[in-house]
Design a protein around this ligand. Structure first.
Ligand code: GAR
Length: 206
């Protein structure tokens, strides 16, 4: 197999999903992708520390410094091109990308969302808010979804999903942790390997 798909991971916060990808690459569960760049839209995000520790190039891109969304995305695109990126993973990246951006990388952007889409998803549903909404609705099962990113927030084709039980007495924090441990940290590396493997196979045929 020729090479690996150079992959960028976009983050905004703690980066536990980034860590799951780094660990999966280290132990061989990810063999078709190489994490070649970590981009944060938040200064000082702990995810950047994780990238540094793993020796992965990392950059911060701040929308408020660049002014418009167009300028913000143009900076991201230039970094992606500079690093030869063929696959993008949104791992707790809390900015919504424009249609121009998602079209440019059609079927090359993955996102992890902490619910079973189409429940508790779309604009305004991110991080702890998703688990608060699930608990408020009283669902007995929740989970995580990895999907392709298109112009509709959380609306792209589903790649993998895993269900996780809600338990009596769960707080949003407890439920968030269970969804991460039982679903997100397993699902995201599996999805990256699946998509990167297909991209590699396609590139070999081309
Ligand atoms: C994760 O639970 C991820 O699924 C969620 O943010 C958290 C980031 O944690 N993403 C969304 O809600 C996207 N709509 P992490 O920084 O520790 O990976």
């Amino acid at each position: 197999m020729a090479g690996r798909i150079k992959t960028a991971v976009l983050v905004s916060g703690g980066g536990t999903n980034l860590q799951a990808l780094i660990d999966a690459q280290a132990d061989g569960r990810i063999a078709s992708a190489e994490i070649a760049l970590v981009l944060s839209n938040q200064a000082g995000a702990y995810a950047l520390e994780r990238a540094a520790r793993a020796g992965i190039p990392h950059e911060t891109v701040l929308r408020r410094e660049l002014g418009s969304r167009e300028a913000f995305e143009a900076r991201i695109v230039s970094l992606l091109e500079e690093h030869g990126i063929g696959l993008i993973v949104l791992a707790g990246f809390l900015a919504i990308l424009s249609e121009d951006f998602t079209r440019r990388y059609d079927h090359r952007i993955l996102n992890i969302h902490p619910s079973l889409i189409p429940s508790f998803c779309g604009e305004g549903y991110y991080g702890l808010r998703v688990h608060e909404a699930a608990l408020a609705r009283g669902v007995k099962v929740t989970g995580a979804t990895v999907h392709f990113v298109n112009e509709i927030p959380d609306g792209g084709e589903i790649i993998l999903q895993k269900a996780v039980p809600v338990e009596a007495g769960d707080t949003p924090e407890v439920l968030q942790r269970r969804v991460m441990e039982q679903a997100e940290w397993q699902l995201l590396p599996m999805a990256v390997e699946k998509v990167a493997g297909k991209l590699l196979a396609g590139e070999e045929r081309a």
